[in-house]
Design a protein around this ligand. Structure first.
Ligand SMILES: NC(=O)C1=CN([C@@H]2O[C@H](COP(=O)(O)OP(=O)(O)OC[C@H]3O[C@@H](n4cnc5c(N)ncnc54)[C@H](OP(=O)(O)O)[C@@H]3O)[C@@H](O)[C@H]2O)C=CC1
Ligand SMILES: N[C@@H](CC(=O)OP(=O)(O)O)C(=O)O
Length: 359
């Protein structure tokens, strides 16, 4: 059965990507849109400053935008949130308390010990916590409890995607370093990155980003007991983040060292990444990438403009895999920040929730 979907923050960078991905999606019907009081009461086509390279879908353009009040969304089976993090906290909390299922891009609840932080091509197993939550609520007489699932930071998604299969095959990592080259769309549209700052330039600072990558990686690569997540604090992660003049697609130069000796060979690392099939694909999810990790052998790839659309933006590209004279290996990773790093991840999580009968 097709599920009714709402979108919070529908006019923003992530929200617009949600609109594109939900229009003509076989599992979801786009039904309610929410944004700030600046947009509410207007048709979506009049409220939004559309910045996607695909045209605004006609049907979505006619939907009237509401304020982000849960009553307006009460018929939704799932609500995807692309809200500005300054406002997401209380809004999403109120939605969950009133029985709604929220899949959020905002950072506000990512560190809660009982909230799954999901990269849907990496740690689907963490959704077991939701299963437990639902069973417990049902025992207490609550039929359809609300819950929230958080989507990770976009650079964190690109980092953990190739590392998880390596950990599964060769054991834990000891050290990880990443230097990011992040696209402009990652900074959102209100106000967004001013042209004068980014043209002919690189900005070597993104507020809060390094801390998020360093912490979220440990939760996603960690475990859970009962309903509580146990981040893997044994992994040491160091991130340096830069904004570059690219529209979409975050690039990361990553180095890493395994905890166990001897480390695998270069060939074993490449083969492991090539062979990885994510659980979402095994579940038969519509948007799951057929090839989760694209291992590129050309010396000058991946490149954002050429490689970000692999598997419709749900696949991650990895190139220049080589031995590292300080750590074990280094490589360059490219992931689409608003697809597998944000809205696409949300949609894929929604598809997984359906497959697992959690919505
Ligand atoms: N861009 C990316 O690649 C990624 C973004 N994220 C996260 O996703 C979220 C959205 O980011 P992004 O799309 O880039 O941000 P934008 O600034 O582009 O969009 C923000 C959205 O929030 C709405 N909004 C702002 N204030 C309010 C309010 N007071 N009440 C209700 N709605 C409000 C805006 O509506 P209006 O147009 O009416 O002002 C707009 O729809 C953020 O939490 C961000 O950190 C996460 C991963 C990646
Ligand atoms: N900070 C990211 C996007 C983002 O908003 O991340 P988060 O959801 O972790 O706040 C970027 O600039 O590219």
């Amino acid at each position: 059965m097709v599920k009714k979907a709402g979108v919070l923050g529908a006019t923003g960078s992530v929200g617009q990507r949600f609109i594109l991905l939900l229009s003509e999606h076989p599992d979801f019907e786009l039904s309610v849109l929410g944004a700030s009081s600046r947009s509410c009461g207007k048709k979506y086509k009049d409220a939004v400053t559309w910045k996607q390279t695909s045209l605004l879908p006609d049907a979505a353009g006619e939907i009237v935008v509401h304020e982000c009040e849960y009553e307006k969304f009460k018929d939704c089976d799932i609500v995807f949130s692309g809200l500005d993090a300054d406002f997401a906290g209380p809004i999403e909390k109120q939605f969950v308390e009133n029985g709604l299922v929220v899949v959020s891009n905002a950072k506000n609840y990512r560190r809660e010990t009982d909230v799954p932080l999901i990269v849907p091509i990496v740690n689907v197993e963490h959704l077991a916590v939701i299963d437990e939550k639902i069973k417990l609520s049902e025992k207490n007489g609550i039929k359809k409890p609300g819950f929230i699932v958080c989507i990770s930071n976009c650079s964190t998604a690109g980092l953990v995607a190739p590392l998880k299969p390596l950990i599964d095959s060769f054991g834990p990592l000891d050290l990880i370093t990443t230097t990011t080259l992040q696209a402009i769309s990652g900074a959102g549209f209100s106000p967004g990155v001013p042209g004068i700052d980014i043209l002919d330039n690189i900005v070597p600072y993104i507020s809060g980003e390094e801390e998020k990558i360093e912490w979220e990686t440990k939760k996603i690569l960690g475990n859970f007991q009962g309903q509580e997540f146990k981040p893997d604090f044994n992994i040491k992660v160091s991130a340096q983040c830069n904004r570059v003049a690219v529209s979409d697609g975050h690039t990361e130069c990553i180095s890493f060292k395994f905890a166990n000796r001897p480390a695998p060979s270069l060939e074993q690392v490449k083969q492991c990444l090539k062979n990885y099939v994510c659980d979402a694909y095994k579940l038969g999810c519509h948007s799951a990438p057929k090839q989760t990790i694209h291992v590129l052998e050309q010396n000058d790839r991946p490149q954002p403009r050429l490689d970000r659309e692999r598997d419709n933006g749900y696949g991650v590209s990895v190139g220049r895999i080589r031995e590292d004279p300080i750590l074990d290996f280094k490589m360059v990773v490219l992931s689409h920040n608003t697809v597998i790093g944000a809205a696409g991840a949300g949609i894929l999580i929604g598809e997984i929730l359906i497959k697992k009968n959690l919505i």
